[in-house]
Design a protein around this ligand. Structure first.
Ligand SMILES: NC(=O)c1ccc[n+]([C@@H]2O[C@H](COP(=O)([O-])OP(=O)(O)OC[C@H]3O[C@@H](n4cnc5c(N)ncnc54)[C@H](O)[C@@H]3O)[C@@H](O)[C@H]2O)c1
Length: 267
């Protein structure tokens, strides 16, 4: 990366394609930024953690990458991210968060906070993508195996991701005539800072592996490869698709996360 990560968002050079990766400061989003940069995009790495976005942008191959702060739950912040961009060819919607608690106990504020980031934030990013993508452009959201497979204690996350999956289909329906494709990738377990705390709970990773035909978690790079394909012309006839990417875990059952937590706590 040779450009100024805090500089001109349209500095990718004549003929370059522009991608915006929201939630690009960590995990899957960071891997998407790396992959799209190597695909030849000038990448806007956006995250609420500006320092993390800057360090991802600084490590990207090629020119014209920048880092920006964004808070996806704030309509003004998401609009401001896209305001200075002249053309956008690809948008990745990867900001996300989760919480754990049974329906009977979960404080509504925690439920709202998770829905706000994953679903309302996802809506605001897709809305700006709809307003800024060029004809032939694509937006890809990160939904989850939990959009279709329930996990005990994960009502907020599962509900939000199921909502984002349906939003993907509705937006695809509406934006098809404008030549904008809208898809999602639904990963199973990928080891990132988001899932690292769950990996420390004895039994969780083993339970996922035991219920996954390919017998392992995925990597951020494997998810980024699918996102890259969905942003590219190679997938030019695909829209409204929520793509499972989980080693086959959707054919079996989700790990008993609450059971493992309770065993760990002796409750
Ligand atoms: N890791 C997995 O196993 C997994 C599985 C299925 C789906 N996903 C989804 O993939 C996406 C990326 O997950 P990850 O594992 O890379 O997580 P991560 O925690 O490593 O990265 C998420 C990034 O989003 C940013 N972010 C969070 N809230 C934000 C907000 N309000 N505004 C702006 N940025 C915000 C964080 O700062 C972070 O950089 C998420 O949507 C997640 O739900 C992850």
């Amino acid at each position: 990366m040779t450009g100024d990560v805090t500089g001109d968002m349209n500095g990718g050079g004549v003929g370059s394609r522009r991608a915006v990766v929201v939630g690009g400061g960590s995990g899957i989003g960071a891997a998407c930024a790396v992959r799209l940069a190597s695909d030849g995009y000038a990448v806007v790495v956006a995250d609420r953690d500006l320092g993390a976005a800057e360090s991802v942008a600084a490590g990207l191959a090629g020119d014209g990458h920048v880092a920006r702060a964004v808070e996806v739950t704030d309509e003004t912040s998401v609009a401001a991210l896209f305001e200075g961009l002249d053309v956008v060819h690809a948008v990745v919607n990867s900001a996300g968060t989760s919480t754990l608690g049974e329906v009977k106990d979960l404080p509504v504020d925690q439920f709202r906070a998770v829905v706000d980031v994953n679903l309302v934030g996802g809506f605001l990013v897709v809305q700006q993508a709809a307003r800024h993508l060029v004809r032939g452009g694509a937006v890809v959201s990160l939904t989850s195996l939990n959009a279709r497979q329930p996990g005990g204690g994960m009502s907020a996350y599962c509900s939000a991701k199921a909502g984002l999956a349906m939003l993907t289909e509705v937006a695809a329906l509406e934006l098809g005539p404008a030549g904008i494709r809208v898809n999602a990738v639904s990963p199973g377990l990928v080891v990132t800072p988001l899932t690292a705390p769950a990996m420390d709970i004895p039994g969780v990773k083993d339970d996922y592996v035991a219920n996954t035909p390919l017998g392992r978690p995925g990597t951020p790079e494997e998810v980024a490869a699918a996102v890259s394909w969905l942003c590219s012309e190679e997938s030019s006839w695909m829209t409204g698709e929520v793509m499972d990417l989980n080693g086959g875990a959707h054919t079996q059952r989700y790990p008993d996360l609450l059971g493992h937590v309770n065993r760990m706590l002796g409750t």
